[in-house]
Structure formats: structure tokens, C-alpha cells
Design a protein around this ligand. Structure first.
Ligand SMILES: CC(C)(COP(=O)(O)OP(=O)(O)OC[C@H]1O[C@@H](n2cnc3c(N)ncnc32)[C@H](O)[C@@H]1OP(=O)(O)O)[C@@H](O)C(=O)NCCC(=O)NCCS
Length: 210
């Protein structure tokens, strides 16, 4: 499994593998890692919620779900986001959590949302503040400190194509390094001619080149 990809797509989940891997990631993070739930974190909200995924793409092809969140509208009309999770290896580096929050709020906004809320783990309050959310109240949930927070919709313009979503790319130089060096040059089965031309392009010779 790769621990980095050339780009990441954030979109509403609709393919069965996207939905299934999002569920697996939630179980891994909220049951096994955080131990907030014992066997499953699935609840009645999942019957109506829209799942959103961050997909790791390699060469333009989606490979795996590396992040997820879900949104739903309550009976009283407010929209809620919950079960935000980014796979451990992909945290604090690609702004995937921020991207998921962005599509969550922007796609709800396009559906007429006037109030978007979340009960956020207290440890993540700073992240949400940074993303233009404000705190309404402090509360205990699943035995842990949480904060009820609301998004400032002025910073989240409506996103009308959430099934396509958006792609988060790396700066070109970093993307080139990831695409060429670890995969191709480390692969001894790649044709020697190809290895040499790649190596020369990077200004170095392979020791066994000719
Ligand atoms: C919370 C979580 C989804 C954040 O995802 P992420 O992809 O690591 O977050 P981002 O990279 O988008 O973070 C954006 C910025 O906020 C910062 N940040 C991330 N988590 C933070 C936190 N808990 N407190 C303060 N800052 C934080 C990042 O360093 C980054 O800063 P920068 O813009 O200066 O580079 C991820 O850490 C996670 O899955 N945690 C475990 C599950 C969890 O806690 N879910 C949330 C329940 S409310």
C-alpha cells in the first residue's frame, strides 16, 4: 500500500468500494484507535447520511479511501457533519481533513443548508477554528470532551457537483519526485533503458548502467 499519492480526490461516495472502505476506515479509527465504540460505529444516521471520501489517486486512477466524513440533515432542518477520519499515515500532511470538511459544508450549502454544525472532539477545536468554525457550547459525548461548533457559511460557497468533487494536487516539483523516484527507480524489474533515461533526467547515473 502506498503512503503517498500524486493527488487526492474529495467527492461524495457512490461506488460500493468507496462506501465499504469508508466504513472500514471509520471502524479502524473510531473503534480500534480511539475506542469510542466497541464493535461498530454505525448508527441510525447512516441510513440517511451522505458519505464523503478522500481517495488517493495514482497516475490519475483512484486507489483507496484515505479519509471520510458524512453529512445529514436533521428533522429540524440543520445540517450536521460527523465521523470525520483520515487514515493515520495521511494525517497532518495533505490537508485531507480540511478538504473533507470543505466538501461536507459546501455540498450541504448547495442543497440549501443555512446552518451547518458538528460535535467536534475537543482536541480538534483549533483545527475547526482555523477553518472558520466557532464554538457554541462544551459537552461530554461518549465519555469524552466535545465542543458543539458551527461553520461560517460565508467561507463555504455552494458546491454543485459533489459527486465529481475536487482534486487536491501537490506542487509540480513534489509530485514529480513522488511519481519517479520511489516507484520506478526502486523497481529493478523496470527496463534498464527506462531506468537510465529517468536517472539521467535527474542528473545521476545508475551504477550498472551502460
Ligand atoms: C482530525 C483529522 C481528521 C484531521 O485531518 P488532517 O488531514 O490531519 O488535517 P489537515 O491536514 O487538514 O489539518 C489542517 C491544519 O490543521 C492542523 N491540525 C490538524 N489537526 C489539528 C488539531 N487537532 N489541532 C490543531 N491543529 C490541527 C494541521 O496541522 C494543519 O495545519 P496547517 O494548515 O498549518 O498545515 C485527523 O487528524 C484524524 O482523522 N484524527 C482522528 C479522528 C478524529 O479525531 N476525528 C475528528 C473527530 S471530531
Amino acid at each position: 500500500m502506498h503512503t503517498d499519492y500524486s493527488d487526492y480526490t474529495v467527492k461524495w461516495a457512490h461506488l460500493p468500494w468507496e462506501v465499504e472502505q469508508a466504513r472500514q476506515l471509520r471502524r479502524q479509527v473510531f473503534c480500534q484507535e480511539q475506542k469510542l465504540f466497541e464493535l461498530t460505529d454505525t448508527d441510525a444516521i447512516d441510513d440517511t447520511a451522505q458519505s464523503i471520501v478522500a481517495l488517493g489517486d495514482y497516475g490519475g486512477w483512484p486507489q483507496q479511501v484515505v479519509g471520510t466524513v458524512r453529512i445529514h440533515q436533521s428533522a429540524s432542518g440543520e445540517w450536521w457533519g460527523s465521523r470525520l477520519a483520515v487514515s493515520r499515515d495521511f494525517r497532518h500532511q495533505r490537508h485531507l481533513g480540511s478538504g473533507l470538511i470543505r466538501l461536507a459544508v459546501c455540498s450541504a450549502h448547495a442543497l440549501g443548508c443555512e446552518r451547518f454544525m458538528a460535535t467536534v472532539q475537543a482536541g480538534n477545536e483549533a483545527l475547526f477554528k482555523h477553518l472558520h468554525w466557532h464554538t457554541l457550547e462544551r459537552l461530554q459525548l461518549h465519555g469524552r470532551e466535545h465542543v458543539l461548533m458551527q461553520a461560517d457559511l460565508d467561507f463555504y460557497p455552494p458546491e454543485y457537483a459533489p459527486r465529481t468533487g475536487f482534486v487536491m494536487t501537490l506542487p509540480p516539483r513534489a509530485a514529480t519526485a513522488i511519481a519517479l523516484w520511489p516507484g520506478l527507480l526502486g523497481d529493478q524489474t523496470a527496463p534498464v533503458g527506462l531506468q537510465n533515461s529517468l536517472t539521467k533526467a535527474q542528473g545521476k547515473e545508475l551504477p550498472y548502467g551502460h
